[in-house]
Design a protein around this ligand. Structure first.
Ligand code: PAF
Length: 292
């Protein structure tokens, strides 16, 4: 365990599960908030950390680039690792403790348990990144069990992840509230993401097409369009006519079960994944209560 002495009280940093448990249960009367991350923190993560610090007596962030949620062809090795800076940012955000396990701590020799959520994992990201959510539910279940928080904080930017994790919490009776926080955006609308740092200057400019096409889709629906396929087609055309951008999927789905909508009504999730150069970006808008 090491203590980072920053602007606030000492930040506890540990790779060790029993040290984390000891600190978490030092005073059982205190409530704890949890912010799971893979590091390379940006303002989106910090908004979760600040909220966890504000809404709980104590707060814990985790930094772990979880290998089981990456496919062999994914960017695991090149995923950015910026630990010292991350710790300073978490300290400044008011976080009390950071769990920084190694893969061997999380998945020791002989580890062999999987946590599979049905249904909502099958589409969108799940369809294009087979096994991704199995890794997410596996690691998040472990983090919930290790820290046993009262509340856990996730970003709306990973909309499907929040739907999957809500189902996990409900189905496995994790005793916590899962709180979804709004997406934090750059001034031109690009959603904050650790992967944005891979973009060249030109790609960074083109990456605004995600936000632009979502805004156009929301406007079409506000103006009365109710045909799901027409909206999906507009998003596809907008993305695919942008240099350096290639659409992976465009979806107009029920926010509840992520089923694709022919007719738009109720609470909906408009989402897309786009390859900008070699970088895979996702974004979404949630719109509630659309009249048929
Ligand atoms: O959203 C993320 O950064 C990751 O999927 C999470 C929840 C930290 C699990 O590794």
């Amino acid at each position: 365990m090491h203590l980072l002495l920053g602007t606030q009280t000492a930040l506890i940093v540990s790779k060790n599960i029993s040290e984390i448990r000891q600190a978490r249960w030092a005073d059982p009367a205190l409530s704890w908030g949890l912010v799971p991350t893979m590091g390379a923190l940006h303002a989106g993560h910090i908004s979760l950390a600040e909220r966890a610090a504000a809404e709980n007596d104590k707060s814990c962030a985790t930094i772990f680039v979880n290998p089981t949620q990456f496919a062999p062809t994914d960017d695991l090795d090149k995923y950015p690792r910026t630990l010292e800076r991350d710790l300073e940012m978490l300290d400044a955000a008011g976080i009390d403790m950071v769990f920084t396990p190694t893969p061997a701590v999380m998945y020791p020799d002989g580890f062999g348990t999987r946590v599979l959520v049905d249904g909502v994992t099958a589409r969108l990201e799940g369809e294009h990144r087979p096994g991704h959510f199995d890794g997410v539910t596996q690691v998040v279940s472990k983090l919930f069990n290790i820290v046993q928080p009262n509340r856990a904080y996730f970003g709306q930017k990973d909309a499907q992840q929040t739907v999957v994790l809500k189902k996990l919490v409900r189905d496995l009776n994790f005793n916590l509230d899962l709180i979804v926080c709004p997406t934090v955006r750059e001034p031109d609308g690009l959603a904050m993401s650790s992967r944005n740092r891979y973009l060249s200057a030109e790609e960074r400019q083109r990456a605004t097409v995600l936000y632009q096409s979502l805004s156009q889709a929301a406007k079409m629906i506000e103006d009365g369009e109710r045909d799901g396929e027409t909206v999906r087609q507009m998003i596809a055309n907008t993305v695919n006519t942008t240099p350096h951008a290639e659409l992976i999927y465009a979806s107009v789905a029920s926010a509840l079960d992520l089923s694709e909508l022919d007719r738009i009504s109720g609470n909906i999730l408009i989402s897309l994944a786009v390859l900008v150069g070699d970088t895979r970006l996702i974004d979404n808008f949630m719109i509630d209560d659309i009249k048929p």
